[in-house]
Design a protein around this ligand. Structure first.
Ligand code: LCS
Length: 398
């Protein structure tokens, strides 16, 4: 079962990608193997030559990864997907499959810190030009497109400022200029339950599956979802030869398990985040709440148009200075000070010194990431308990 479009999202997250197994196990076995036996030398040769279907070696494919690849393709409404060892493995495999020296990437000015580093410090070393631009205004993208542009790359909502970008408008603008431009969207913050960029005109979706897709804080993993043609290229070049960032069969099993509840988890993350955002918005110690679900947030209208709900991520700025903010957050009892996101536990982190420490002070400014910004990944706890935890520390600041 793959992309049967008439099945609902919940049905697909549970049933898509089922691969028959000899014992009839309900949950697919973990194919913990590095290699696969050929019946004959000729068969091995035919598989390498692409003349016969079948597994060869787990860097090129494995049934455990195949089942979650089929699931992600079905959930993002893409033709095919590639499982990778991390979100960075997905992003780097997709980018190395898209550009060569002399090409140009137009990237959003606000990205996860290591994506920013890969683009700014990595790709540029190999002769790829990268320009970071504000894509809130589509005209800005239009002005920057050039014959050298091969990729338009962005996250929405962005990590960590939750800036919302109009996927359809940006994809249309890029493709109107040149249909060959590959529009790559990092859909990590939304998950395919809340937002499906391919349906809005993007060419490629990448994910850190470490986050909502797995959902339980116990895996590092990623996915690329696109056409079969591009996924084949990512698999047989980007992943096989360039990054080697192969997902492990055990992590594929955990992801298949986590995915069964993606919709239910996302609904609770969103409901909890909404309550917490409203509480923070009204608290006198808070200067600003960055949450797409608040009507006074600048990305609200676009988020409402392209997302099913507003997600579980938010950031805040307190009126206190950085030291007083840190001292207050250190007193949180229930919420955990940690990077990563999309877990059952509410996680609180400081982007300028943690997830976005790859940015210089000027680059942080360009991305609108202030020194005092605090990011919150709202978990699945009772929201009243999370609010009480924040209240107890924020009240000390007023
Ligand atoms: N894309 C986004 C939007 C991310 O937030 C992350 C990781 C990645 C890609 C990379 O995925 P990974 O290789 O870690 O699976 N974001 C993190 C964060 O905000 N805190 O810790 C990691």
């Amino acid at each position: 079962m793959n992309t049967e479009k008439n099945l609902g999202f919940a049905t697909r997250q549970i049933h898509a990608g089922k691969i028959a197994n000899a014992a009839g196990a309900l949950c697919a076995p973990i194919y913990q193997t590095s290699t696969f036996a050929f019946e004959t030398v000729e068969q091995g040769g035919a598989r390498f030559a692409g003349q016969e279907e079948g597994y060869i070696y787990s860097r090129l494919g494995n049934p455990s990864m195949a089942q979650v690849e089929l699931k992600l393709a079905a959930l993002e409404n893409g033709e095919a997907a590639l499982a990778t060892a991390s979100g960075m493995g997905a992003i780097s495999s997709a980018l190395w499959s898209s550009v060569e020296a002399g090409d140009e990437i137009l990237a959003s000015d606000t990205l996860y810190g290591c994506t920013f580093a890969l683009l700014n410090h990595g790709m540029t070393k190999f002769g790829v030009d990268v320009k970071f631009i504000d894509m809130v205004d589509v005209e800005n993208l239009k002005k920057c497109l050039s014959p050298k542009t091969k990729v338009v790359y962005f996250e929405t909502p962005c990590n960590p400022t939750l800036k919302v970008l109009d996927i359809q408008a940006l994809a249309n603008a890029a493709h109107a200029y040149n249909p060959e431009i590959r529009v790559i969207v990092d859909n990590t913050f939304a998950s395919p339950y809340l937002q499906r960029p391919l349906e809005l005109g993007a060419d490629v979706v990448v994910h850190s599956a470490t986050k909502y897709i797995n959902g339980h804080g116990d895996v590092i993993a990623g996915f690329v979802i696109s056409t079969k043609e591009f996924i084949d290229k990512c698999r047989m070049f980007g992943l096989k030869d360039m990054t080697g960032a192969v997902m492990s069969p055990f992590n594929a099993f955990l992801i298949a398990r986590g995915l069964k509840t993606l919709d239910i988890r996302m609904e609770r993350h969103c409901a909890n985040a909404h309550k917490i955002a409203e509480f923070l918005h009204d608290h006198p110690a808070v200067a600003k709440v960055y949450y797409p679900g608040l009507e006074d947030f600048e990305g609200y209208e676009v988020a409402k148009k392209q997302m099913k709900d507003f997600g579980g991520m938010m950031s805040i700025e307190l009126k206190a200075d950085r030291a007083a903010t840190a001292a207050a957050l250190n007193k949180l009892q229930l919420c955990t000070i940690a990077v990563s996101l999309g877990d059952a536990e509410t996680l609180v982190e400081h982007p300028a010194s943690m997830t976005h420490s790859t940015y210089t002070a000027d680059e942080l400014k360009m991305a609108g990431i202030s020194e005092g910004l605090v990011r919150i990944s709202v978990g699945l706890e009772d929201p009243e308990d999370v609010i009480a935890d924040f209240k107890s520390v924020l009240d000390t600041l007023v």
